[in-house]
Design a protein around this ligand. Structure first.
Ligand SMILES: Nc1ncnc2c1ncn2[C@@H]1O[C@H](COP(=O)(O)OP(=O)(O)OP(=O)(O)O)[C@@H](O)[C@H]1O
Length: 386
């Protein structure tokens, strides 16, 4: 395995073309990218974030806004949308087509085609690239609900352990079956025991995968330049289990959790949900230098902490997945002072991957010079150049 400091370990993945049909405020759009930095500049509401959202659909899940597919379809009578991209990994180029066709009375699900093959799960996109984003929607991450931090954590785990998404989905389904049996008062011991055994096995795999990721992140943060303007974050992971001691063998942790699930059926039936498990995990973040919870830091400090975390995540993704991630940074430049902005550009350049950024003020990106492709966005249309 490559070390986290070894950024050359990742194969470069990049998007060389993007075509949209009836996606958000775009009727039809055809863009080519030929630089490592791509900046989408334009006024408020022009469609800059929509482009990053389209790019985020080149990774598993519902994209960086977690919007419904109906919301992504162009509000002009469209009942379908598609996003097509040419993705290059190392020397191999593949086309990816993803989209949704609306159907009466049925929530649309998205199809993904890689080359000529319609794939079973969007998780297969992880064979082609890793995509890491930072958006204004993540501003409340340290103070908001634990579910947001769990999702943030699980996306990071997924980037180095693609099986994590399936495990988490299977756990969620098993837990819902248990909750339903308990709330229907169907105390079928054989059935419940079978479900709880499955839950315990999946839970322990999830817990260890999350723990490993946090360990890697901590090491990457510790290695970050002391002079960096992005403060170091301290991480504390609550696994959602009664004990956070993972020193015992995995089978023992699994057995104990399974026993507690069986013992606590009545309690959970009253609560109407399973009260213990990895679905209740939380990641606490502290501002290390100030020895203070990140949630008490100023808005600017929280943003800087987040940037530090994302850079650490990108570094470990590159070293451990073997792919240099594509970064999507929405409205970051405007929120950083000139010094931090220059440092961000340097850190991103050092990562070596392709980076897409947005901003209303193109001049904030002048320091990138020839390294950046400037794309001007106006009202659902785009053209390369200022
Ligand atoms: N499904 C849709 N169909 C048509 N237009 C849409 C749809 N969803 C969003 N929009 C429009 O897209 C525009 C917002 O685009 P986007 O969020 O990309 O803006 P932006 O350029 O990032 O702006 P800002 O600088 O304010 O963040 C809005 O005008 C919104 O009305």
């Amino acid at each position: 395995m490559s070390s986290i400091g070894d950024l050359s370990a990742g194969r470069l993945s990049r998007v060389s073309a993007l075509k949209l049909y009836d996606f958000r405020n775009y009727g039809s759009l055809d863009l080519r990218f030929d630089k490592r930095f791509v900046v989408f500049a334009g006024p408020n509401g022009a469609g800059k974030t929509n482009l990053l959202e389209a790019l985020s659909l080149l990774s598993p899940g519902r994209g960086m806004r977690r919007a419904s597919y109906g919301e992504m379809m162009r509000q002009a009578g469209a009942n379908a949308f598609s996003v097509r991209a040419d993705l290059t990994l190392g020397d191999d180029m593949t086309s990816v087509l993803t989209g949704v066709k609306g159907e009466e009375d049925r929530p649309a699900s998205r199809q993904v085609r890689i080359g000529e093959t319609v794939v079973k799960s969007s998780d297969e996109l992880l064979d082609l690239s890793r995509i890491v984003w930072l958006t204004p929607g993540m501003d409340g991450l340290f103070t908001g609900p634990a579910g947001d931090r769990r999702r943030f954590l699980d996306r990071m785990v997924l980037s180095i352990d693609p099986a994590h998404g399936r495990r988490a989905g299977d756990f969620e389904r098993a837990m819902r079956s248990r909750n339903k049996l308990l709330s229907d008062n169907r105390n079928d011991d054989v059935w419940l025991s079978g479900i709880e055994t499955q839950m315990a096995e999946l839970a322990v795999a999830m817990v260890f995968a999350r723990d490993q990721l946090v360990g890697h992140l901590e090491r990457a943060i510790a290695m970050a330049d002391i002079a960096s303007p992005f403060p170091k974050a301290g991480l504390d992971l609550d696994h959602g289990l009664e004990t956070s001691d993972l020193s015992a063998p995995a089978v023992e942790i699994e057995d104990r959790y399974r026993e507690r699930l069986a013992r606590n059926r009545m309690r959970d039936a009253y609560a109407g949900r399973t009260l213990e498990g990895p679905h209740r995990a939380d990641l606490s973040v502290t501002h290390l230098a100030k020895a203070m919870p990140a949630g008490l830091s100023s808005t600017g400090e929280q943003k800087a902490l987040l940037v530090g975390l994302i850079i650490a995540h990108a570094r470990i993704t590159s070293a451990l997945s073997g792919m240099t991630p594509i970064l999507l940074l929405d409205e970051i430049a405007a929120h950083l002072d000139a010094g931090r902005r220059a440092s961000l550009f340097d850190l991103v350049a050092e990562l070596g991957g392709q980076t897409f950024m947005t901003g209303t003020d193109a001049s904030l990106f002048e320091a990138l010079g020839e390294r950046a492709q400037m794309v001007t966005i106006t009202d659902g249309a785009a053209r390369t150049g200022p």
